[in-house]
Write a protein that binds this ligand. Structure first.
Ligand code: FAD
Length: 309
C-alpha cells in the first residue's frame, strides 16, 4: 500500500536514516540484527533514507533502500535532490530506483554544497522536480515534498514559501514532510496558513530527537535558522559543556555527567513535542532515527507512536 493511501485512514509513523560513510556503519545499520531490523519491530509505515548533497554517497543510499525493500517490513522512501543533476541524470537515477522496487521519493531542491549558489543542474526548485517526475513517470512514484513551518531560510517571505508549497501540490505531490520546528506557535500558524491557502496534502512532521547538544545546535543553526524555544535553550544552558559543546577537548570537569543529563532532558522534551504536534492534528510523525535504536525506541514507545498502526 502506498503511504499516500495510509493517510486516508490514519496517521503514519516513520523514520529517517542516513547512508553511513563506512563499512562498519553499514554493518551496524544494515547487518543481521542491526538498527534497521530493530526499527522494524516498532512498526513504522516507512523508512526514508537521505541523499547526500551533490549526490555524495548515492551508492550507499541505494544499498540501504535495497535492504528495506528486501526485508519487506515497511515502505522504503528515497530522498532525491536537483543538486548537480541534468534532466537525463534524474530520468536515469529515478528509473534505477524504480528498477529496484523503490517507488516513493521525497523530492527536494537539496542543500547547496558549500560555496555553491545554485543547483548546478537542469532544475532549480523542488516544484520543477515534482513536475518533471510526474511528466516522465506518471503515477509510478508516490511523491513527498518538504514544507518549512518557519519559512525556508532563503524564502523572500513566508507567503511566497507557502505559494511554492501549493505549487508542489498542484504539480502532483502526495504529502508533505515538515522541516524541524521547535516553535509550536509558528507551527500552528503555518498549519492554519497552508490550509487557508488551499493546501490539503497530509502533513507528516519531521522531528529530531534531542540527544546531543552540538548536534542540536548544528541542526538548528548551520543551515535552517530554526528558532529554539525557551525550554530547549534552558536545557542547553543548564548542561553547557565548557568552553563550548563543539570543542573536541573540553576543559569542563563534568562532560559525561552533562551529556547524560542533557540527553535525559532532551528525550523528555522530544516526547512532549510529539504530544503537542499530535494535538495539532498532524497526519504523521517522522522521527529522525539518526541511525540509532535504543533512545529512538524509548521515545517512540513513550509517545505511544507504535500503537498507531
Ligand atoms: P524548494 O521547495 O525548492 O525551496 C527552496 C527555496 O526556493 C525556498 O526559499 C522557496 O521559497 C524558494 N522557491 C521554491 N520554489 C520556487 C520557485 N518556483 N521560484 C522561486 N523560488 C522558489 N537535503 C539534502 O541535500 N538531502 C536530503 O536527503 C535532505 N533531506 C531532507 C528531508 C526533509 C524532511 C527536509 C525538510 C529537508 C531535507 N533536505 C535534504 C534539505 C533540503 O534540501 C533543503 O531544505 C533545501 O535548502 C530546500 O529544499 P526544498 O525542497 O524545500 O526546496
Amino acid at each position: 500500500m502506498s503511504v499516500a493511501e495510509i493517510y486516508e485512514n490514519r496517521a503514519t509513523f516513520s523514520f529517517e536514516v542516513f547512508p553511513p560513510k563506512t563499512d562498519v556503519g553499514m554493518e551496524k545499520l544494515c547487518g543481521a540484527g542491526g538498527v534497521l531490523e530493530k526499527l522494524y519491530t516498532l512498526n513504522p509505515d516507512y523508512i526514508s533514507c537521505t541523499y547526500g548533497a551533490g549526490g555524495t554517497n548515492v551508492g550507499k543510499n541505494l544499498e540501504v533502500l535495497d535492504k528495506i525493500r528486501a526485508d519487506g517490513k515497511c515502505e522504503p522512501v528515497t530522498h532525491f535532490t536537483c543538486i548537480g543533476n541534468t534532466k537525463e541524470d534524474i530520468r536515469n537515477k529515478l528509473q534505477t530506483y524504480l528498477d529496484h522496487g523503490i517507488d516513493h521519493v521525497l523530492a527536494l531542491r537539496g542543500d547547496l554544497p558549500f560555496g555553491w549558489t545554485g543547483t548546478n543542474g537542469d532544475l532549480h526548485y523542488a516544484t520543477e522536480l515534482v513536475k518533471f517526475i510526474r511528466k516522465e513517470f506518471g503515477d509510478k512514484f508516490t511523491i513527498a515534498v518538504a514544507g518549512s513551518p518557519e519559512g525556508h531560510i532563503q524564502c523572500r517571505s513566508l507567503e511566497a514559501d507557502i505559494a511554492f508549497l501549493k505549487q508542489k501540490q498542484d504539480n502532483g505531490a502526495d504529502f508533505i514532510i515538515s522541516q524541524l520546528c521547535w516553535d509550536m506557535d509558528a507551527f500552528r500558524r503555518w498549519l492554519d496558513a497552508i490550509r487557508d491557502a488551499g493546501i490539503w496534502l497530509p502533513v507528516d512532521v519531521g522531528i529530531m530527537p534531542i540527544l546531543d547538544q552540538a548536534a542540536t545546535i548544528n541542526m538548528a543553526l548551520s543551515r535552517n535558522g530554526c528558532v529554539m524555544d525557551r525550554k530547549l535553550c534552558e536545557i542547553i544552558s543548564k548542561n553547557w559543556i565548557f568552553p563550548n559543546p563543539f570543542d573536541k577537548e573540553p576543559f569542563d570537569a563534568d562532560v559525561e555527567g552533562k551529556k547524560a543529563s542533557f540527553k535525559q532532558a532532551g528525550i523528555e522534551y522530544t516526547i512532549n513535542q510529539i504530544d503537542q504536534y499530535r494535538a495539532c492534528g498532524v497526519d504523521g510523525i517522522h522521527l529522525y532515527a539518526l541511525n540509532k535504536y535504543d533512545d529512538v525506541a524509548y521515545i517512540a514507545k513513550a509517545a505511544g507512536l507504535i500503537d498507531l498502526v
